[in-house]
Design a protein around this ligand. Structure first.
Ligand SMILES: Cc1ncc(COP(=O)(O)O)c(C=O)c1O
Length: 453
């Protein structure tokens, strides 16, 4: 039962992948998936046909070679195929006993990631849906640890009556850090914001001054890879200040932490391995299909204390076994370690380094092409895979170029505001992007600017 549907889905998937190179990058029109739920069910194959037809106009070629929006990775072939198997196998990774295979993949893949990122041996990892949830997970562990040191068991007692927790973040910290603080009860607006420089790097001297102004349970949120500029906070002085004041240091490294895996970029992350926790995506720069991210915590105890769940009918993990549910917020969940494992095996250590380095080179190439156009300014130091572009030194012109590029369809990218000024954001993160795609896209952007100017 269902063979026909699987065959058809396979064909449709192959057609989609084959069309990614040349298809219009943005959506072509409105999807059509609404209407009343039919009274009678349909055959699996008919359902797949209807889903594909209804979704088609609203699909975005975001895993194609000329999608530079947000920070969006593609899907490596081995990871995609493994993702199909993940659905067919339908394993639950909450408990080792539910799927020793999923547990083994999770153990191996998280350990490979830890090694690639240069994090300390013994660091614990939880698999989450994205860096937002990885920030939630790691910061919940941080909350447990800093309050634990103050004699407060936050898991048992909650936050009412707890010693105050001081949270310090850079002025250009990512929005999801504040979302995480909101979700774990520390409050979105209570974080102290330390000034950042023109690239968005937290000023370590200002952090040290801020840390010296108070005491008690403290969490510092640093960043590897600013979502606009790609810049890295200076981890060595940040960590030194945190150690001097007994503060927990968390690093949001959603995409930027992968620089540690590329020898020519690893200097950008110098010192980051000395932090207490890290959040990093797999579905961005590692090109694993949505959704996959990792929360790492150097000391496994507060992560387990914050995330594990017990009940009489749930089995515990013994010895080398791994209950995935002990390390991340979900109980039942998809075995997202299989595609992660497959992506890492397809790339190998060298392939990860080449992927990261290659994207950085392509970002620099696009920046160089655009910088040669009169009236175009590159706003950031292109140290990673992110490029910020401004046109005519004018907000309206810049917004108009972004809209025109999106409409024209050769490539897709978005806009942002960087330190009060409109900018185009280009993020090179997909494995399919070639130098030719970079040049074609730069030409399309330059053409849009000439039409607007
Ligand atoms: C620095 C940083 N942190 C967190 C996130 C959130 O990641 P996700 O959307 O995978 O949850 C992003 C997304 O771009 C990011 O750039």
């Amino acid at each position: 039962m269902g063979d026909e549907a699987l065959d058809r889905a396979g064909e449709l998937a192959r057609d989609w992948l084959a069309g990614l190179e040349e298809r219009r990058v943005g959506p072509a029109g409105a999807p059509s998936l609404g209407g009343p739920l039919p009274e009678a069910g349909e055959s699996p194959a008919a359902v797949i046909e209807a889903l594909a037809a209804g979704a088609e106009p609203g699909l975005v070629a975001s895993s194609g070679p000329r999608y530079f929006g947000f920070v969006t990775g593609g899907t490596l072939p081995a990871a995609l195929a493994a993702d199909w198997l993940t659905s067919a196998w339908d394993q639950n990774t909450m408990l080792h006993s539910m799927s020793p295979a999923a547990a083994a993949a999770e153990r191996a893949a998280t350990e490979w990631c830890r090694e690639l990122l240069g994090l300390p041996a013994g660091t614990a990892a939880g698999l989450c849906t994205g860096a937002q949830l990885a920030n939630v997970t790691a910061l919940a562990a941080a909350r447990n640890a800093v309050l634990g040191r103050a004699g407060w068991d936050v898991e048992a007692q909650g936050l009412a009556g707890a010693p105050p927790v001081r949270v310090i973040a850079g002025a250009e910290a990512h929005a999801t850090v504040f979302y995480a603080l909101r979700l774990i009860g520390l409050g979105r607006d209570t974080a102290i914001r330390v000034p950042a420089d023109d690239q968005g790097r937290m000023l370590a001297g200002a952090l040290a001054e801020e840390l010296a102004r108070g005491d008690g349970p403290t969490i510092v949120c640093a960043q590897a890879g600013n979502v606009n500029t790609g810049a890295f906070d200076p981890f060595e002085p940040i960590l030194a200040a945190c150690r001097a004041h007994g503060a927990w240091c968390h690093v949001d490294g959603a995409f930027g932490l992968w620089a540690a895996a590329a020898p020519a970029r690893a200097h950008l992350t110098a010192g980051a391995a000395g932090a207490d926790s890290w959040a990093v995506d797999a579905h961005k720069w590692l090109n694993v299909p949505y959704d996959a991210a990792l929360a790492f915590v150097a000391d496994p105890a507060p992560l387990a204390a914050a995330m594990s769940l017990t009940a009489a009918y749930l089995t515990t993990a013994a010895g080398d076994e791994r209950n995935g549910g002990d390390w991340s917020p979900e109980a039942s969940r998809r075995a997202r370690a299989f595609p992660l494992w497959a992506a890492l095996r397809q790339l190998g250590r060298r392939g990860v380094a080449e992927l990261v380095e290659g994207h950085c080179a392509l970002a620099a190439r696009i920046a160089e092409r655009l910088a040669g156009e009169p009236g175009v300014a590159i706003l950031n130091d292109v140290v990673l895979n992110q490029v910020l572009v401004r046109f005519g030194d004018d907000d309206a012109a810049t917004d108009a170029v972004v809209a025109r590029v999106q409409d024209e369809g050769t490539c897709w990218l978005g806009g942002t505001r960087w330190q009060g000024r409109a900018a185009m954001r280009i993020s090179v993160s997909g494995w399919r992007t070639t130098a030719e795609d970079a040049d074609r896209s730069a030409a399309a952007i330059a053409g849009a600017w000439r039409a607007v100017a």
